[in-house]
Ligand binder design. Sequence first.
Ligand SMILES: C[S@@+](CC[C@H](N)C(=O)[O-])C[C@H]1O[C@@H](n2cnc3c(N)ncnc32)[C@H](O)[C@@H]1O
Length: 343
Amino acid sequence: MKPATAEDILDLMDAGYISAAVGAAMELGLFWLLDEHPMKTQGVADRFEIPTRRCQYWLQLLERVGLIEEGFSGYTLSATARSAVLDVYGRESWALLAKETRERLPAVQNLPRDLGRPGSVWGDREGAPPDYVSAMSNSLESARRFTRMLYEIHRPLADALGRFLDTRGVDRMMDLGGGSGVVSMALLGRNPNLSAVVVDIANVCEAGREIARENSMAERVTYHAAEFRSDELPAEFDMVLECDVNVYSEELFRKVRRAMNPGGRFVIVDQFAPEPGVAPPSRIHWALEGSMEKPDYRFPTAMEVQTHLKSTGFKNISLRSFSVDVEPVTRFSEDLTVIEATS
Ligand SMILES: C[S@@+](CC[C@H](N)C(=O)[O-])C[C@H]1O[C@@H](n2cnc3c(N)ncnc32)[C@H](O)[C@@H]1O
């Protein structure tokens, strides 16, 4: 969204209102309601228990950005809402994406005051959203929602990786921080000899098992509950995959090496910083928000990860950029790099 005129700049400054209105439509399920049948303002107001005039303004904003249209029988979905919202992800995924944005936005809502703050914008963390891994550790329901959402949004990435990664000769792989196991399932779909062990926190494993059962993959993808920073990892793997996990310490890499068979492959897939202290293009907003909590917040570069691999004894380190050619192409599938190394 690059503004070109003064009116564009004014729109940009007011974009917070649009973002809030669209997020509410996602969280409350408005688009899915209007997909069932057109509704007039009063019907929407009654359905969500919103004062009528307030509801009118909310709907008008959504109409202004082209997501709904007003016709004779009431508001309906626009073609854009259908193709860019309903046809892309399910209602639960959109609702969770909107909720996460809403919970994190307070970090950047008073930047003139907070940019210069020495510590965390959240102060004593009162009101701060918990980090997503702790939230999932504390609640099976959170783990289910997040894991299902990520299963859906990572399907295109998983399918593309399934074609990109050569798993010939690999019989047993570990999917470290594997979540639903979506990438493992894509790899298994192309290699009938392969089985996978997803290592993740207990609640995510529970959620992943349900997804594997629904995909008739439960025999070939199993789930091992572990906190990989503090627990030991299972062993004897021909390949370890770490996709979109963003934990690259030497301590973890040493554990990974111990978990591998001689000559085994370690494959890392992520969006890395182009330079130290610069955010990956698709994660700039997360970087800013993260820095409002931890001023030195940063994403690692691929070079830093390679250095850790070298110091922990990995060999034949290679790096390839990777693009997802499966629709829908979104920020979750841009700017990816695949780093490979052998034990
Ligand atoms: C962004 S998700 C990626 C999931 C999966 N690899 C994928 O590409 O769909 C990161 C996963 O790493 C797991 N994770 C993060 N830190 C962890 C830790 N310390 N121990 C175990 N799992 C962890 C999270 O629970 C989450 O499922």
